[in-house]
Design a protein around this ligand. Sequence first.
Ligand SMILES: [Zn+2]
Length: 262
Amino acid sequence: MPELPEVEALRRRIEGGALHRTIEAVELGNDTAHVDLPDPDARASLTGGQFTKTRRHGKYLFAGAASGPWMALHMGMAGSVRLYDADDAAPDYARLIVRFEGDRRMAFRDPRKFGWVKVVDDPDTEIAAHDLGPDALDIDEATFVDRIGSSRGAVKSALMAQEKLAGIGNLWADETLYQTGVHPTAKGTDLSERTLSDLYTASRRTLTSVCDVDADYGELPDAWLIHRRETDRACSRCDGQIQTAKVGGRTSYFCAGHQPPP
Ligand SMILES: [Zn+2]
């Protein structure tokens, strides 16, 4: 599931190849039943305008003009954005296609159909409507420590609670906990200030590093959990082995050695 760094890579893709081009049409792609997409009026409201800005908040992506309207996108389980030229075939699973003047096209791809696109006047209103906390790369340490440290539930669930901080999902919550040596089911209220501060630092380092390589996981350090998400794999930090547990309905990977159970 695309999280903050994966969505940031898509934002950069749009920034690099879809700005300042007049929109000729916004058209439905293939097999759009049960995909939440803008209606004809909303699609028409983008026609004739240009995307001049992009914005990302947590896992939410926006492309629009300062005075609106904006296209708001959420990738769900497996969505993405692909830029291509008219000579090339539209990518598989293209659910919505923005046709710019000239050859450039932008497709919203979504094989799993859990993503959505809508047209909004203003990103801030949309962010507020989803009750999102600060972006995980914008949140300050005091707010992070307070929000995670006051959580009576599993720390992993707290890291993934988008109303506390927006952008962290299953993969990067696991990585942050692995790098900090905290078990995913530890309670927020049981963590020391020092550990909470370490979690803050690790979450930022993790997300920033993945953003830096445009979410190309092969470019991430060998020692990371991302490369060993398999039961009984050797840990890179101690002589323990990787185990799994269900936390908040999601499978968590962690090391039984340096992430001891609470
Ligand atoms: Zn270990």
